[in-house]
Design a protein. Structure first.
Length: 269
């Protein structure tokens, strides 16, 4: 076990359940607002207001100088897109909304993809594949397995579709800290890395590109884009390792797993 890696008691998982649920509820709340013409700045303000009105604090505001309550990343932006009142969603966009809420000192971290209007078939296939990529990684989150097992499972799903996993960013330990150990890479070799034990809490958050895995950071120091300007997608859950498997703390209370969320909900009803 690496130094500085926190192992939580299973009783402490209750705090993560609460933080994770609020994070998931926040993304549920924003869903009907993700429409053509709205600015990413407006979405960010709605997200912040919801978190604060429910007793939470947006973890990203002021984090290493980051100015907003969320990261909103459309199309070829891989992650850390900074919301702005001057950036408007357009029909056909795909966007990732990534939020972390602090509730009673515990961090709930999650992100989802959203369709804006009607994206292309290829864009939808990327989003669906990215969700399957995340879930393949989560299914490897078993005591006795390794972080390499998680990364390998995700890499296999993405590359089978001839997509690529981003190698410059990864999942991370979470709990009473925003970012800690272990690192959860989006690729890996089975049986290598850190062994998983009950009490570990971390995020699984694969980023998948249609084109090359290579990324560039823009001059703002945050926004990461695909080097070839191809589409990128990401999903993220916070999970804990239990005695027999894993627990996902950030499942959608409304059953929103991957888009189109409202369309699926209406069909279910």
């Amino acid at each position: 076990m690496k130094k500085n890696m926190t192992i939580y008691s299973l009783e402490e998982f209750e705090f993560m359940r609460r933080a994770g649920r609020l994070a998931a509820e926040t993304l549920d709340y924003i869903t009907p607002f993700v429409v053509p013409g709205i600015s990413t700045g407006k979405l960010d303000q709605l997200l912040e207001d919801f978190m604060r009105s429910h007793g939470g604090i947006p973890a990203t505001i002021g984090y290493h100088g980051y100015p907003k309550a969320s990261c909103i990343s459309p199309n070829h932006i891989i992650c850390h897109g900074i919301p702005s009142d001057d950036k408007f969603l357009q029909d056909g966009d795909i966007i990732n909304i990534d939020i972390t809420v602090i509730l009673d000192g515990w961090f709930g971290d999650t992100s989802r993809m959203y369709y804006v209007g009607k994206p292309s078939i290829k864009a939808r296939r990327l989003v669906e594949t990215t969700y399957r990529t995340m879930m393949a990684g989560i299914e490897q989150c078993l005591p006795g397995n390794t972080t390499g097992d998680i990364g390998n499972a995700m890499q296999q799903v993405a590359e089978k579709e001839r997509f690529s996993v981003v190698m410059d960013f990864c999942g991370h330990g979470i709990g009473q800290v925003f970012h800690g150990l272990p690192n959860i890479l989006n690729y890996g070799i089975p049986g290598t890395g850190v062994k998983l034990v009950p009490g570990m809490i971390f995020t699984v958050e694969p980023m998948v590109n249609i084109g090359t895995h290579q990324a560039l950071i823009l001059k703002d120091g945050w926004t990461a884009i695909t080097k070839d300007r191809s589409l990128s997608a990401q999903f993220e859950h916070s999970i804990g390792i239990t005695e027999t498997g894993y627990e996902i703390f950030t499942l959608s209370p409304k059953g929103y797993t991957y888009p189109p969320y409202l369309e699926k909900k209406q069909n279910d009803e």
